[in-house]
Design a binder for this molecule. Structure first.
Ligand code: SAH
Ligand code: AVI
Length: 330
């Protein structure tokens, strides 16, 4: 553990460092030596990747952020009244733009105590923590720089105040179905009897709308996608030529998820110096970098059931683009 910031209101601890480098190295070694190459999406988010994601959220094509924000603006006061929550734990907190809406509702209700953001991106978490303590009088921030696949044990235990554990933005959809249920079960263990999970899920809709959201006209998502190659180059002394890979995004109708891939324009050999690894790409060969599953209410309920949770409330925007669920531990 590495303490990074400590002030009257903010404590930030990092649990990444060496373990994180190992995680990237393991994922690259496993993912680039498979017959169908794949790198998990959590490696997009260095400082540049987090900035690119913020730009994606502003794009006209990327509807999930606006839709989820609209639901929160309409429902945050009701969610806080319903739960009595005074603490927000947010997994994959990013810029904490949505946390601000929930914390505002807790402040209005007079329950606000503490915000616990957890993210792999140190830069995003630090900036958000400072902005929020300036904005909310008396707010305590306990930041955890870590991986929610490995570091949920460092989230402080639930206390006297009911809390909301949030996983927003549709991030749960970035896991394959089996892993997704395992993650939900692990996250459920953070919930006491009065606590609730607040889960954001993107909904199944016209594939053209979904594909546009992941292949914007300005090419920001393409840059975000290629950023994972820059991360591997820098962290593992690799020599990918990111401009030699095309951005691919398509909706897989059978699985009801969108996939992002990087397609090599020509045959090439990449050296990953730190791993002593040589990886060949054929012309047109693809590397999968993300899946982003789209949901129905039934799919969310099935996942909750399989993870030992139960749906308590379901909220959508008027166009039913996105949903927020409140869930309790069974
Ligand atoms: N919750 C925000 C950000 C979503 S982007 C929103 O709704 O807009 C996904 C966020 O999750 C990024 O900030 C990324 O750094 C973080 N993230 C992705 N995988 C993670 C992991 N395994 N552990 C912790 N944080 C992760
Ligand atoms: C963070 N995650 C939910 C985003 C998504 O939509 O799956 C990441 C993203 N990928 C491309 N655009 C945005």
């Amino acid at each position: 553990m590495r303490p990074l910031t400590r002030s009257a209101d903010i404590t930030i601890e990092s649990f990444l460092s060496e373990a994180d480098e190992r995680s990237l190295a393991n994922d690259v070694l496993d993912g680039l030596t498979r017959p169908f190459k794949e790198i998990p999406p959590k490696h997009f988010y260095d400082a540049r990747g987090s900035e690119l994601f913020e730009r994606i959220c502003e794009l006209p094509e990327y509807y999930p952020t606006r839709a989820e924000r609209a639901i929160l603006l309409a429902r945050a006061d009701g969610i806080v009244r319903r739960t009595g929550a005074g603490e927000l734990v947010e997994l994959g907190s990013g810029s904490a733009e949505k946390a601000r809406i929930l914390l505002g509702a807790m402040a209005r209700a007079g329950t606000l105590r503490r915000y616990v953001p957890l993210d792999v991106s140190e830069s995003a978490l630090e900036a958000a923590a400072h902005e929020l303590v300036d904005e909310f009088d008396g707010l305590e921030v306990r930041g955890v720089i870590g991986d929610f696949e490995r570091h949920l044990g460092h989230v402080p235990a639930t206390g006297n105040t009911p809390r909301i554990v949030a996983l927003l933005g549709g991030t749960i959809g970035n896991f394959l179905p089996g892993t997704r249920r395992r993650r939900l079960r692990e996250i459920g263990r953070l919930l006491g009897p009065r606590d609730r999970l607040l889960l954001g899920t993107d909904l199944v809709k016209d594939p053209a709308v979904i594909e546009a959201a992941y292949d914007d006209a300005e090419g920001v998502t393409a840059e975000f996608n290629r950023n994972v190659l820059h991360v591997i180059n820098r962290e593992l002394e690799a020599d990918f030529s990111p401009s030699g890979f095309d951005h691919i995004a398509f909706f897989d109708r059978r699985h009801e998820w969108v996939e992002m891939r990087l397609r090599s324009q020509r045959p090439c050999t990449v050296l990953v110096g730190d791993l002593g690894l040589r990886v060949d790409f054929a012309a047109g060969e693809e590397l999968r970098t993300e899946i982003s599953a789209k949901f129905t209410r039934a799919r969310v309920e099935e996942d909750f059931r399989a993870a030992g949770l139960t749906l308590d409330a379901w909220y959508t925007d008027p166009d039913e683009l996105f949903a927020l669920s409140l869930a309790a531990r069974r």
